[in-house]
Design a protein. Sequence first.
Length: 368
Amino acid sequence: MSVWDKVRGEFIDIIQWTDDSTDTMVYRFERYNNQIKYGAKLTVREGQAAVFVNEGRIADVFQPGMYTLETENLPILATLKGWKYGFNSPFLAEVYFCSMHQFTDLKWGTMNPIMMRDAEFGPVRIRAFGTYVVHVKDPGVLIRQIVGTDGHFTVEEIMNQLRNLIVSRFADIVGQSHIPVLDMAANYGSFGDFLTKRIAPEFESYGLELTKLLVENISLPPAVEEVLDKRTSMGVVGNLAAYTQFNVANSIPDAAKNPGGLGAAGAGIGLGMAMATPIGQALAGQQAGNAAGTPPPIPGAATYFVAVNGQQTGPFDLQTLASQAAMGRLTRESLVWTQGMAQWTAAGEVSALTSVFANVPPPIPPKA
């Protein structure tokens, strides 16, 4: 065996990458002095791609399969090296393996609340979070734009940038949608699909493909959620006067179980009943007035009540009514009422509400 054959035998003749991690995107195949034997065997497994880099320039890209590294299998590298008349000597090149499988359950979320204007609550702050799925679409672009010379590039190294892209576009979409906060839960799927299409080109500029994005939750600040819970509780209670009297009546058996304190307890119960009676009468009168369609006057600018599915909602000022009209929730046929009106009237027939429908086109006339 000649000295040259012995030296050639020391160069790597099998190039492959096996990895059991789930977060490695790109791995550089390490070998002494980056020397590869002419005729070496390259194995690219399913879910992988191999990229050859010569002097900082991306050359040949190999898809899954087994290859013998010769001139005909390295056309771009052969051109860069100037191999015009055949070649059988060791050569220098860097080999990067890219994982082409999907990286799933990646998290995104708003670090700070997003400010938006809601038609019902006014200015509010919301938070959102979810998951997304990506995979490497173009290994060359990924190495050129993001990886560089990183020998072990993981998905965590790019997650912050991807998350920032998602949150930024999510804020734009939510702000432009004009969907009420309480209705957003019914639109998680639409938000996710629209975000996927909107952000896909920006992911592709990194050599990645966004295959799926899910919005899992959109929430309000804790203080606002607490108020909403109280509002919901009031709706569940229903008749507050009857509820107050019911609680007082339930306290009587407990007082009877304590004979020693019956006098004080009796006095407390009597006081409670005395207080419950006027409170119940006031609440009952208020509910009766609301049920009769005669709410108390609201000071300041004119406000209107709107009938929705046979139920009274409001009152709403003109700005809120204009927002509802723009979203189609308030139409010219919607019944409205304000102080001084004799009866419920279609909104389109109230002259004071003409400005509300200024930017809303009239209904399309039926075909002849």
